[in-house]
Design a protein. Structure first.
Length: 132
């Protein structure tokens, strides 16, 4: 099957072909490291996770499930995965499937466009069961 890999939400993408029934997530991660030429000594600063291209949102991290096949993890053809990088001293944020990312676009009368670069939205997470 064909998967799309991107790094740090950049526009350049790599398309890889894997066997959904036999390849494990760990093997897919190794393919991503090779495709983006990540050196062995830097790989602990990267992780592969699901990515929603339309909304620019990083999703499931598959942590603790690296030895499961792509089929078991429900990674289907044409899925996009993000190779996320952290700083050496930073810690990866845990994925919380019960929260959503909300973008708030404050209105300003001098906005030249409704593109995000002009809107400068505020991002915050809200728990699924929180009261607003």
């Amino acid at each position: 099957m064909q998967l799309k890999l991107i790094k740090d939400k950049e526009q350049n993408a790599k398309v890889v072909f894997v066997d959904r029934a036999n390849n494990t997530f760990r093997e897919l991660q190794e393919i991503a490291f090779q495709e983006f030429e990540i050196p062995e000594n830097k790989r602990h600063n990267f992780r592969l996770r699901a990515f929603n291209v339309a909304h620019g949102i990083a999703l499931d991290t598959y942590s603790g499930r690296e030895n499961e096949t792509l089929q078991v993890l429900k990674i289907y053809p044409l899925k996009t995965l993000l190779l996320e990088e952290k700083a050496e001293e930073a810690v990866f944020e845990d994925y919380d499937p019960d929260s959503i990312l909300v973008k708030l676009n404050p209105w300003r009368p001098d906005l030249p466009s409704l593109l995000e670069e002009y809107l400068q939205p505020e991002h915050f997470k809200v728990k699924k069961d929180s009261m607003i």
